[in-house]
Ligand binder design. Structure first.
Ligand SMILES: [Mg+2]
Length: 187
């Protein structure tokens, strides 16, 4: 019962944050890309970025795929030579967080998976990664496919935000369609 009340309170907090976010102003993405592979170190450096935080589902791989393609893995490996890397996913439970962590470790990609409190756009996950690497929010860039969770959350947390196209929109559950419709309307 207490757990349910906590989940409901978190949902209300998330909806409130989204409702007051200014998607065409302060909460608009700083950059839009086709995919994570287009992320340019020149852009990161000119913005003073030391850490790149990625969303997982439909950013690094299709929805709930849990494994990345060889191009994405190679890109992350090369990026990790110069930048700290993190993942902030609204994974449903600890098992999925551990699965992501184990998967990337097995593939030799140095990337920290957030265990911050609350789902995006709440600030917990973003702050967890920045704190882990002793960086200020302004030194971090979030890369994600979702305007309402990844982009608005990162901007409200004081980070740069890069919006990518969903990796494979067909991989999403049907109820994501409404969110994508609103996203398009705000573009
Ligand atoms: Mg996503």
């Amino acid at each position: 019962m207490i757990e349910e009340a906590g989940a409901m309170l978190e949902l209300v907090q998330r909806i409130f944050l989204i409702a007051k976010a200014d998607f065409t102003g302060k909460c608009a993405p700083d950059l839009k890309l086709e995919s994570v592979l287009g992320l340019d170190p020149g852009w990161l450096d000119s913005n003073g970025i030391k850490c790149v935080i990625f969303d997982a589902d439909n950013t690094l791989f299709p929805h709930h795929a849990g494994r990345a393609g060889s191009k994405t893995l190679a890109f992350l490996k090369s990026l990790s030579r110069k930048y700290r890397l993190g993942i902030a996913s609204n994974a449903p439970n600890e098992a999925r967080v551990a699965q992501l962590e184990n998967y990337f470790r097995a593939k030799g990609v140095k990337i920290a998976v957030s265990r911050g409190k609350g789902k995006k756009p709440l600030p917990g996950q973003f702050e967890y990664i920045a704190k882990k690497f002793s960086l200020k929010p302004a030194q971090c860039a979030m890369v994600g496919d979702n305007l309402f969770t990844d982009i608005a959350g990162a901007k409200l947390a004081g980070m740069k935000a890069v919006k990518v196209r969903p990796y494979d929109q067909k991989s999403e559950p049907w109820h994501f369609a409404f969110m994508r419709f609103l996203e398009k309307a705000l573009e």
